[in-house]
Design a binder for this molecule. Sequence first.
Ligand code: MSP
Length: 527
Amino acid sequence: MSFYLTTPIYYVNAEPHLGHAYTSIVTDVVCRYQRMLGEEVWLQTGTDEHGDKVVQAAKAAGMSPREYTDKISALFRETWPLLDIEADFFIRTTDQRHVEVVQRILTKVYEQGDIYFSEYSGLYCQGCERFLTEKELVEGKCPDHLVEPTQVSEKNYFFRMSKYQDWLIDHIQKHPEFITPERYRNEVLSFLKEPLEDLCISRPVSRLTWGIPLPFDPGFVTYVWFDALINYLSGIGYPDEPQFYKFWPAAEHLIAKDILKPHAVYWPTMLRSMGVEPFRKLHVHGYWRVNETKMSKSIGNVVHPQDLVQEYGSDAVRYFLLREMTFGLDASFGTETLKARKNSDLANDLGNLLSRSLTMLEKFSDGCIPAPGPLSEQDKELKAAALAMMAEYRTHMDAFAFNRALQAVWEVISRANKYIVTNAPWELAKNPAAAETLATVLYCLFEVLRLVVVTLVPIMPAAAKKMQGLLGLTGAVDFHRAAQWGLFKPGTAIGKPIALFPRMGEKEGKRVTAGVSDPVPPGSRLS
Ligand code: MSP
């Protein structure tokens, strides 16, 4: 079966930050998880490069839009591997193939009468790159950019979105999982209770040239959403490449709540108009705030993923972000909590379980997995807990409840640590009559470790790979096969003890302050 998951394509007027990193990490985790389940996966990400804001940012940097977009797009592309995010395709809206697909779709929709020319007058927010309704304003200002929108009146092209309103409501009602979590589905349904307006999809070239020209009127370029959303199709070879047929029926999008409306309303109606099946699911997450404050360039608290990786390592960053945020809700980021989690969950709980187990195996079993005897009640309990963890993990991962999946894994890790203490293998080793019990205890411990490693493959790919190496496990993990008890063959040689997750000291982790007073050093970023 196929599985296609996308990140939003990020605007190139800002450098990659924590928010972009979170979405891209979740996308990568889900794709790795699906691969482990045996699916054929396509992960697509990229950059959104047209529009007023990009022209302004390029000007401010003293570059042409082309030079500027090349530079920032490359910065995004280079950042993701640092976080072990592996994309199958990185799309840019300035790619020739994308431009052609957008024009082809525009022609189709225009020819069938769903695009018309009309005068429009409204309140335009430069930051949002769209007209706002009176209702959206807070004290006369755009709630996102805190500036008063300007009254703009001009002739433009419009997409007949209103025509598809009833169809969209019906589709959302018939497919409860189309928009998840449910709070966002409800938000969209309540928005759709009001009559839907048509969507302005162009800008005159007198005002903006950095865009895709409308194929039916060279005096206009495409407005940002009719360009950007189409990346999800152009990247997989719409309309006739095999990739498109393979992956489109399995398309799922991952976004934050800021771009819910374009994805939940504009996009499905656009697809309907062009005669393409709707995507399968839209997954919506909340916002990361930094120390309880909105992350913003002007406040100076923007957290850059490159700095985090340098300071804490990719595995810890990925683990932390997934463990701390309840998917769908907002969360607060702080480097103190990140450090604390790294020390307690990774160094203490997981790191200790691993290094103690490796040390004991080396000492008491020549570094090889022993043949177990019959399981005692305690062994059976540990085994049952580990198998239950695998089932729970699947349920939670399928539901994007990453924090709960990790909680389930960490419960078993601490149970296994307690199991070591209660069984005291070092005592058993003193008594030759207890040799079989000792072998069984060690066997059970390594089975638990093996199962824990399976769960961590999507979450912490680098650490999981090292752990797999230590446990003598090679090749890609097949979850269905690996999630069973008793797969370790007695006699398997295991690696030497190592400290995979060293504790961070008092002074470490201070460089990434995520605060106002002590700005983040530029590092490899664009400064
Ligand atoms: N270019 C559009 C998307 C077009 S998709 C067809 C865009 N770009 S963006 O650079 O502004 O990225 C927005 C996305 O970045 C959010 O939907 C989310 O994925 C991520 N985040 C940006 N800030 C965020 C937080 N503070 N917290 C969590 N995610 C955030 O919109």
